[in-house]
Write a protein that binds this ligand. Structure first.
Ligand code: 9MG
Length: 277
């Protein structure tokens, strides 16, 4: 399944797509180490597909606050066999690769990925040119700083305008490099160099990003913003995450990136039924 096909389906029906998270990392914040072996990764992807995921996002470098960078060879070693296994299994989902490295983008797309999810919005040298040459849709995410230090002291004058301006500037750079406007998604990057007040303001004003006309992807699943409001540890953030997913959907998000696919699919189906009644 090509991600572009799903995006066109969303343009027609406006039912948000659900992206299941598949971290093939030893150190991600909620599931680090669980799916490093390709067979376990495939089993988890099969479960998410059966639960109704539209897309599976495969990532080999943790971007949690404080995470250290991963060398290119190691990221390739983690990601490529898993993308190959998912593609060979013929699951009824699109495969996305969560990376900022041009070599990983290239190898993953050759192996069967049809979306690049880049938390650095194609700012790594060579990423713009590589993405343009690959010709697949790309998600451009906002991040202030780098994962290792981004939560030390995030500061904004006016977070919604700054994030929106940054993303529009990156979309213009992508289009100038040859990417099609219709292949770009924007993501405010919840938790990436942002305090709780910034995250809440961005979700409250998500329509300002939706109004740009680009499809918007959001990722809030199990994140600290839920823990801060509800005072819950990472394994008890499902209910808060469902509330946030529904709010994002009502505000027009096109894709919701989550760990808990089944409950999210049901919550969004319910919201869609109400909104289209
Ligand atoms: C990889 N990753 C972790 N959190 C994310 C988010 O919020 N958005 C996107 N696009 N990717 C994310």
């Amino acid at each position: 399944m090509e991600f572009r096909t799903l995006l066109n389906r969303w343009r027609e029906h406006r039912r948000p797509l659900v992206m299941g998270i598949l971290n093939v990392t030893p150190d991600s914040f909620s599931d680090g180490g669980r799916y490093l072996a390709p067979a376990r990764a495939l089993a988890h992807a099969q479960r998410m597909a059966a639960d109704g995921a539209d897309v599976i996002d495969v990532g080999g470098e943790s971007t949690r606050p404080g995470a250290a960078p991963v060398p290119e060879a190691e990221e390739l070693r983690r990601v490529v066999p898993v993308v190959e296994a998912l593609a060979e299994a013929g699951l009824p989902v699109a495969i996305s690769v969560d990376t900022s490295k041009p070599a990983v983008m290239r190898a993953a797309v050759e192996a069967g990925a049809s979306l690049v999810n880049d938390v650095r919005a194609l700012r790594v040298p060579g990423a713009l040119e590589t993405a343009a040459a690959l010709g697949v849709p790309v998600c451009l995410m906002h991040m202030q700083g780098e994962p290792r230090t981004m939560q030390a002291n995030p500061v904004y004058r006016e977070v919604v305008s700054e994030v929106r301006d940054f993303l529009l500037e990156r979309a213009a750079a992508a289009e100038a490099a040859g990417l099609s406007r219709g292949d770009l998604l924007l993501d405010p990057g919840f938790g990436f160099g942002k305090r709780l007040e910034h995250n809440l303001a961005l979700l409250k004003s998500l329509d300002r990003l939706v109004d740009t006309g680009y499809p918007v992807l959001v990722g809030m699943s199990r994140k600290r913003m839920i823990g801060e409001v509800l005072d819950r540890p990472v394994e008890q953030r499902l209910h808060g995450g469902l509330a946030l997913a529904v709010i994002a959907a009502l505000k027009g998000a096109a894709v919701v990136r989550v760990h808990d696919v089944g409950p999210t699919v049901e919550a969004l189906k319910m919201a869609h039924a109400v909104m289209t009644a």
